[in-house]
Design a protein around this ligand. Structure first.
Ligand SMILES: Nc1ncnc2c1ncn2[C@@H]1O[C@H](COP(=O)(O)OP(=O)(O)OP(=O)(O)O)[C@@H](O)[C@H]1O
Ligand SMILES: [Mg+2]
Length: 244
């Protein structure tokens, strides 16, 4: 067999998922009642995907992304990140992994109002050892990425909603994470601004090869997805691969 044939017939390398959930359940106890927020969810998320998680209010979306991001642990089942079982990591290792690997974007932006855009983006770097010049370079680069380099010295309250969310995205990017988790990031934005935020997420996926996972109610947002997971009452009821 020629080399070309050998290459052609060689099995494709098996891609390891960035996040893998295996039969994850999460039960909350409230008084003597049990709430089954997740009832056995299995899914894989790969590097370089824009993933959308959709479902009605109370269906378990926030619970799901909290487990993906190591903010919460399954009651049963397993959550893996780059092959590491999150339940087997110490608190310290888990905090470290979150800090280095995962960026979080919030519905209500979660900026510190009195700090400037620049200072808000700087916050996650305060806990990381890095030279002052590298720190400044990264902050500038991320603000530029979201198109806000000219707003660096504005305080958060001096920015529009869409601009505040772009600062939130720059802050999520500044640690150069592999995974960005965004729970209803467009929930407080008008349609046009929401579309701009989704276009930004798509560029982050395409140009930086990161993974973005967006929780949403909004059907328009779902149009940007590579993969969509539908969740109802703690169970996945559908997965669609938009570009398959
Ligand atoms: N800390 C908690 N303690 C008790 N019950 C909880 C807790 N967190 C979530 N739940 C319950 O688990 C279920 C799923 O909640 P979750 O927040 O994941 O839903 P969601 O899909 O994000 O909803 P929404 O779209 O309204 O944000 C709900 O019934 C909720 O009341
Ligand atoms: Mg929620």
């Amino acid at each position: 067999m020629s080399l070309a044939e050998q290459i052609q017939t060689r099995p494709k390398p098996i891609r390891e998922p960035l996040v893998r959930l295996v039969n994850v359940t999460r039960t909350f106890r409230v008084g003597n009642q049990e709430v089954h927020a997740l009832r056995g969810v299995s899914l894989d998320v790969y590097q370089g995907q824009l993933v959308v998680i959709r479902g009605p209010s109370g269906s378990g979306k926030t619970t799901l992304v909290n487990i993906m991001g190591g903010l919460d642990q399954p009651t049963s089942g397993q959550a893996f990140y780059k092959g590491h079982d999150l339940s087997k990591l110490s608190d310290h290792a888990l905090t470290d992994l979150r800090r280095r690997e995962i960026g979080f974007v919030f519905q209500s932006f979660a900026l510190i109002e009195v700090l400037t855009a620049y200072e808000n983006v700087e916050l996650p770097l305060r806990m990381v050892r890095m030279s002052a010049s590298e720190r400044a370079r990264r902050i500038r680069e991320c603000l530029e990425w979201v198109g806000l380099d000219k707003r660096a010295q504005h305080r958060a309250y001096e920015l529009s909603g869409g601009e505040q969310q772009r600062v939130g995205i720059a802050r999520a990017l500044v640690n150069e994470p592999s995974l960005i988790l965004a729970d209803e990031p467009t929930g407080e934005l008008n349609q046009e601004t929401a579309q701009r935020v989704m276009e930004l997420f798509r560029r982050i996926v395409r140009e930086q090869n990161r993974t973005v996972c967006v929780v949403t109610h909004d059907p328009l947002v779902a149009e940007y997805a590579d993969v969509t997971f539908e969740i109802v009452d703690g169970l996945l009821v559908g997965e669609s691969d938009t570009h398959a």
